[in-house]
Design a protein around this ligand. Structure first.
Ligand code: PYC
Length: 332
């Protein structure tokens, strides 16, 4: 019999879960975090499934494993694990991971108040505000985001023909804005958004191709971002991000907010220095900002930053036991 033990620290970022694996993660090979992500996916994906899916996790579960960095300019490397797979980048996951790592002394930053993160999508810099032993908030400066394509036509279940934009913010997002056949995310339940999203994503990936110009391992549309009018003071817009097979992000979604800012900047609706406050399906907020202009391949891009907060919910020692028929989780 083999029983694998994982030391985890559980937290949530603005409502969405983050399970940080602080012990028990596998050793990974590869010159970059992108290579190491591929190694994890090929040999150790059972760990992700066991820790993220029921009965140890749930539909929204998301987390990370910390590693020594592969680049000299970083303090630590992060592998993101989630019900949807191993994302190249995860914004709520980063805010939660930084909070957990600092509050629990898992990482010693070279510069107080800043952690430089080696992620599969590239360098992400997190600035955190600490009061005593607690991290109050984290602002992450993300990888460059860009508007990939505008006005793509697709037949959406329940809605009929719609036009969508696709933008990159660390993952590729299909962004659904108000138009003849769609008004606002408020017109749908979370269950209805999930059912439409799953099929919309399948149809989009069948019809169109999405690939990062600098990293061919980042390909395919993984997330659907439904837009809406804000309902909370101070918010500029509301959103519901679909990921995995059955999840709607409870946070305002860091890579989704980055993609949305890249989309708006690409259409001349946001510019360098502009703020963009994004509201989640439960009313929590991320404060986004367009930090600077950039380029990705031959596309104009922006460097977005996102500020949010996370709170630790507990310590969790999790076993994956060979004898357990559900050792690698299940989905219903
Ligand atoms: O915050 O980037 C994010 C994220 C991706 C999927 C769920 N949350």
């Amino acid at each position: 019999m083999a029983r694998f033990t994982f030391s985890c620290i559980d937290a949530h970022t603005c409502g969405n879960p983050v399970r940080v694996v602080s012990g028990g993660g596998p050793q990974l090979r590869g010159a970059t975090m992108s290579d190491r992500r591929q190694h994890f996916l090929s040999e150790y994906d059972w760990i992700r499934k066991g820790l993220m899916f029921e009965p140890r996790g749930h539909d929204m579960m998301s987390g990370s494993i910390l590693y020594p960095p592969t680049r000299d300019d970083c303090d630590v490397a992060i592998l993101f694990i989630e019900t949807s797979g191993c994302l190249p980048m995860c914004g709520h996951g980063t805010i939660g991971t930084v909070t957990v790592a600092i509050e629990n002394g898992l990482v010693r930053p070279k510069k107080p108040g800043e952690l430089r993160l080696d992620t599969p999508a590239g360098l992400v810099v997190a600035q955190y505000e600490q009061v005593g032993e607690y991290v109050e908030s984290v602002r992450l400066t993300n990888v460059p985001g860009f508007l990939h394509s505008e006005g793509l036509e697709i037949d959406c279940p329940e809605l009929g023909p719609i036009k969508v934009d696709v933008a990159y913010g660390g993952n590729f997002y299909c962004i659904v804005e108000p138009q003849e056949n769609y008004r606002d995310m408020a017109d749908f339940t979370a269950g209805e958004l999930i059912a439409m999203s799953r099929e919309l994503r399948r149809r989009m990936n069948e019809r169109y191709t999405f690939e990062h110009p600098d990293n061919p391992t980042i390909r395919g549309l993984s997330h659907i971002l439904w837009t809406g009018k804000p309902t909370v003071d101070g918010a500029d817009a509301r959103n519901a991000v679909f990921y995995g097979d059955k999840a709607i992000d409870r946070s305002p979604c860091g890579t989704g907010t980055s993609a949305r800012m890249a989309q708006l900047a690409g259409k001349g609706k946001l510019t360098v220095g502009d703020n963009f406050v994004h509201e989640s399906i439960i009313g929590s907020l991320f404060k986004g900002r367009v930090e600077k202009a950039a380029a990705v391949g031959n596309k104009p891009a922006i460097v977005p930053s996102i500020e949010g907060w996370a709170r630790v919910t507990g310590y969790n020692t999790i076993f994956i036991d060979d004898r357990d028929p559900y050792k690698h989780g299940f989905q219903v």
